[in-house]
Design a protein around this ligand. Sequence first.
Ligand code: G1P
Length: 298
Amino acid sequence: MSTQKPIKKAVFPVAGLGTRFLPATKAVPKEMLTVLDRPVIQYAVDEARNAGIEHFVFVTGRNKGVIEDHFDIQYELQKTLEERGKNELIEILDASQLDAGQASFTRQQSPLGLGHAVWCARDIIGDDPFALFLPDMVMQDSVGCMSRMVDLYSKTGGNIIATEEVAWEETHKYGVIEKGAEVDGGFEVTGMVEKPAPGTAPSNLFINGRYILQPEIFKILENQETGAGGEVQLTDAMISLAKQQDFFGFTFTGRTFDCGSIEGFIMANVAYSLWREDMADNLRPEIERLLREIKPGC
Ligand code: G1P
């Protein structure tokens, strides 16, 4: 086992407008919409914490202040619950909180793309390798996608991206990788392309929104030209980084829900409710009944 600098910091780009959820996201950030009783952003933060992350860097935008409040102490609520002896609720609140000094917030002032959002975190991350979470992607897994990646990283070092299989006709919506030789439970990444034109993807393994990156990515992002969609693409910067450093892939085999889309968000709610022992028994027959009874429009 080689010795790697540990992954203690994570970046969460949360500046996106969430236009697919309007009007819900007019005043509420899309990251604060809830899958059951936790906001979407909390799933990524919990996954990060379980993977050993100690500093959480949020790249926010205008109207996202409530995300900062969510991870703060809600002093009055806490006090009222204490007075009422509601210990279970206090535990739930405690679990959603980040400790003093553990969170940093910086703004992406203009929507210039994911690569630019990550670059906005450069001063806070400094010279350390870091984890990157695209919080729209909610991942259901007993171990945690990032925990699995940190485990692989402890053997391989370098950069790691999580991937998953997707239908070939969907590949143009994502970053897609080309798979090389197997290594320690992962594989070498021999190529990457952001949003390949239909029929040109090098594989059907898409980049699913979890990364471990070395800090040299920031120097590349600084001069990165715009790519697909006229945005500064992280994938393009990773292609350059892969010419200088090791790049590994990891196949995630849990369930991923794209909560940036209404369908993915609904599926996440259904899947998590069926996963919860206190809900599943009641919900399963209800969901089955709805499936039998409801047809579009009636
Ligand atoms: C981004 C990344 C892409 C990745 C996707 C996962 O694209 O650029 O490589 O596959 O997230 O959701 P976006 O969804 O922002 O277009």
